[in-house]
Design a protein around this ligand. Structure first.
Ligand code: NAD
Length: 422
């Protein structure tokens, strides 16, 4: 059987790291980056796989696998989240670590990129088991993380409490230094505004993009997939900015109202019930129906890989704001670009979180706290500059916003590498 290029693209299941490499290469081609510099910038600096043995509450012993990939540190200490999820493997962590290098460079904060994860289903763990796993993981990797080396933060399956355990365990080896980790609870050296920052950033950037295009939020309908940290804060900010949010979803399914959903009610519902399951005042739809709704803006903010060659032809939104990491498959991304759908890429769209993590690290190092207004104003300022850089590059070179964002990031990392020498 002879497969056409289009057929091959439909059947080829590209892995996460391969996807990031393809995005990198598209931008590197535009920059005429030579092959030796490409190899140097693509390859992770260090990859660590560790055994995480843990005693469960019933006395049995589980042996888990944990990863930390440190991709690049030419612009500063490496930075990246820690994910507890059943799909975690070395390829995914490697992809997410490299995305962090490009993300911190796009928003121009003085960090490199890293990521970590443990392959485990956090829903099956008690709080005490999660704590023991987190502490054991730190026992295995404490030498390679720290405020000047590599600073972890929360990601899927981890939260502020996890960060407090990790900090406490790291400090047992290295002494007091809350800047060793970010995303901590506000009452434990965390930063005001960190929790809302990623979703708020998605909203800020959606607002800027549409303003550029002369569109007013109240004429814009929005569908948001995922109602966790990122999706719920994106919904809150966009609702407050007068966008019409017609659909939201979580793992329990989607909720749709063509006249606009009552977002404050949905936020309170989730606080009370733990998920959107049973939320009224909306029609039930599936997550795949949500993705193909006839709306202006789609914000995929749940998991990666949700827009593929199989469903890209059904996507009707004109603008996609990537709240999640890697929600669009690389080939589907080409189709969207050719069709004129504007995709605001993850390395810019969800960079609000790492930006406020940076503010948290700065505050910890100065033993001084900023108030929420200062955090929000600085976040707005950093994201605005990054948006202008990416928008200008995209227009000047006639490339997608993703390629433009990668081009800016690669130039900054390359320059830092050249200045310091190999
Ligand atoms: P979260 O665990 O708080 O929320 C995830 C949400 O997605 C939940 O509502 C969950 O029910 C829903 N969900 C899970 N699986 C789903 C599925 N198969 N279909 C539909 N919905 C599903 O996670 P989060 O922190 O909001 O992260 C979401 C995404 O954003 C991830 O890709 C993460 O890497 C990325 N991200 C998060 C941050 C951050 O600061 N939290 C920063 C940058 C990027």
């Amino acid at each position: 059987m002879n497969l056409t290029v289009a057929d091959e693209k439909k059947t080829h299941h590209m892995k996460a790291f391969e996807t990031v490499q393809l995005y990198f290469d598209r931008a590197a081609d535009q920059l005429d980056l030579d092959s030796s510099m490409r190899k140097l910038l693509k390859m992770p600096k260090r990859e660590v796989t560790v055994e995480v043995p843990v005693e469960m509450d019933n006395g049995s012993i589980e042996t888990l696998v944990g990863f930390r990939v440190q991709h690049n540190n030419s612009r500063g200490p490496m930075k990246g989240g820690l994910r507890y999820h059943w799909d975690v493997d070395l390829d995914e962590v490697r992809a997410l670590a490299s995305l962090m290098t490009w993300k911190t460079a796009v928003v121009n904060i003085p960090y490199g990129g890293a990521k970590g994860g443990i392959c485990v289903d956090p829903r099956n763990l008690s709080r005490k088991e999660t704590e023991r796993i987190s502490r054991k993981f730190v026992d295995q990797i404490h030498e390679i993380i720290g405020p000047d080396k590599d600073i972890p933060a929360p990601d899927m399956g981890t939260n502020g409490e996890t960060m407090s355990w990790i900090r406490n365990q790291w400090e047992k080896y290295h002494g007091f230094n809350p800047a060793c980790i970010t995303g901590k609870p506000v009452e434990d050296y965390g930063a005001a505004g960190r929790e809302e920052a990623t979703g708020r950033g998605c909203g800020i950037l959606a607002f800027k993009l549409l303003k550029r295009l002369g569109r007013r939020p109240k004429d814009i309908s929005v569908a948001i997939q995922g109602f966790g940290n990122v999706g719920s804060h994106a919904a809150k900010y966009m609702h407050e900015s007068e966008f019409k949010i017609v659909a939201i979803s979580d793992i329990s399914g989607g909720y749709y109202n063509k006249d606009g959903l009552n977002i404050p009610a949905a936020l309170s519902y989730v606080i009370k019930h733990g998920s959107l399951e049973g939320f009224v005042g909306a029609e039930s739809i599936s997550n795949s129906e949500l993705l193909s709704l006839d709306c202006d803006v789609l914000v995929p903010s749940a998991i990666g890989g949700v827009i593929t060659m199989e469903n890209v032809d059904d996507i009707k939104a004109k603008y996609i704001i990537e709240g999640a990491n890697g929600p669009v498959h690389a080939y589907a991304d080409e189709v969207l670009f050719d069709r004129g759908t504007l995709v605001l890429p993850d390395i810019l769209a969800n960079a609000g979180g790492v930006t406020v993590s940076y503010f948290e690290w700065v505050q910890n190092r100065q033993y001084y706290s900023w108030d929420l207004n200062r955090v929000r104003a600085q976040l707005d300022s950093i994201l605005s500059s990054a948006f202008e850089d990416v928008w200008t590059m995209g227009n000047e070179k006639n490339v997608s916003l993703r390629t433009a964002a990668f081009m800016i990031a690669i130039q900054r990392v390359r320059r830092a590498t050249e200045l310091q020498g190999i």
